[in-house]
Design a protein around this ligand. Structure first.
Ligand code: CUA
Length: 155
């Protein structure tokens, strides 16, 4: 079969790019241990009510001033709500779900994670300025999914 020279060049170029991108994923996953912010820590979703951290999720201030916010998502709300945190301080969100997969997106920022039953998703974000940030569930989770919103108040 005859393949035109330019077509061959582009086929090779596309193949090299695919190998390069897949290689970059494997390299960061393996050598630099970069992974999605969930699937690291597990939790029993049926025992959340009695869990020391997530039973009555409360905002914790560490000795270094950092803030940790445990969040439980369940149809169709986040707890705690509203979440009050200071600006200019690293805030670590630890998110899990009691029932189905929910989303936790802080609107207007790049903070965005899935809340997966059985797992704890964790990420840290520093809010640059005071204000109110809505939280949206961006995973379809049931009939009232569109009503599942929360609020972060940054002071
Ligand atoms: Cu929770 Cu959609």
């Amino acid at each position: 079969m005859h393949i035109d020279l330019y077509e061959r060049i582009w086929m090779w170029a596309a193949s090299v790019l695919i190998v390069l991108f897949l290689g970059a994923i494997l390299f960061t996953a393996g050598a630099q241990a970069i992974q999605p912010p969930s699937h690291v820590e597990t939790i029993d979703p049926t025992a959340i009510a009695n869990h020391p951290e997530f039973g009555h999720p409360a905002i914790v201030r560490g000795t270094d001033g950092s803030i940790t916010v445990p969040v439980v998502s369940a149809m169709f709300a986040f707890s705690p709500d509203p979440i009050e945190v200071p600006a200019h301080v690293p805030v670590t969100f630890r998110i899990t779900s009691m029932d189905v997969i929910h989303g936790f997106q802080v609107v207007g920022t790049n903070a965005n994670a899935m809340a997966i039953p059985g797992y704890i998703s964790q990420f840290t974000v520093t809010f640059p300025k005071a204000g109110e940030y809505p939280i949206a569930c961006n995973e379809y989770c049931g009939l009232m999914h569109h009503m599942m919103v929360g609020k972060i108040v940054v002071k």
